[in-house]
Design a protein around this ligand. Sequence first.
Ligand code: SAH
Length: 259
Amino acid sequence: MRLTKVMQETHSTLDDALQVVLVRTTHPGNIGAAARAMKTMGLHKLTLVEPNGFPSAEATSRASGADDVLAAANVCETLDQALSEATLVMGTSARLRSIPMPQLNPRQAIARAQQELTGGGRVALLFGQERSGLTNDEIGRCHALINIPSNPDYSSLNLGAAVQVICYEWAMCGGGKARPAEPKSEQDEIPATADMMEGFYQHLEQTLLAIEFLDPKQPVALMQRLRRLYGRARPTKSEIDILRGILAKTLKGSSNGQR
Ligand code: SAH
């Protein structure tokens, strides 16, 4: 009896740590369809970034009984707020993009997500706007891209359908029951959250400007490359603390930082 309870708690923790994030959704009906898709596959943690027209009767009607998922949805003004606790961020895209970043199919992506979750991390799966998908800046927040194999001449699924396919893979791979979470010996081994990484990138940019390594007229390209580099390394919180310590000393020592 007690064992069953403990196991259920472990499972619900894994489901709790997987977040479906809909970014700037235009049609409320698609938000409802996404909630329904999630609930049928055993997921419930929905985050909406700048949704257009939410809450709405259309979303509730399309959710068709998954209105508890809608009611509990976390509505955020910015993607950074939505991702603050995530340690692994993967973005879905109808097109394979020419970005040097791992591109996974749904099965590979869910396996990667389950690995992260069992290691104590938190995963966010991003879905873009109906017409334009995720912007380059939003993709810059991701560690990997997920592409649902489709007709090369007609590759764009409806948003709710794309959420369904990814959540179906989650259910097929055992969902939250796949592997019980292994307790970590040291909290430290968990990669830094997106929030910590954003703080680090701001600190890095400020320092690179102060030491005049970064050209203030063209800061974007270098910062994007550095984001990719550090994103690949998956630093832990204590490693970020070390890097920020180095930045703080560098800033203090630079003539611009002293002014
Ligand atoms: N022209 C846009 C299409 C957006 S469709 C683009 O190229 O991305 C809206 C959203 O549905 C996408 O942002 C993505 O989250 C999801 N989606 C649609 N088709 C997909 C596919 N084949 N693979 C992965 N995600 C897909």
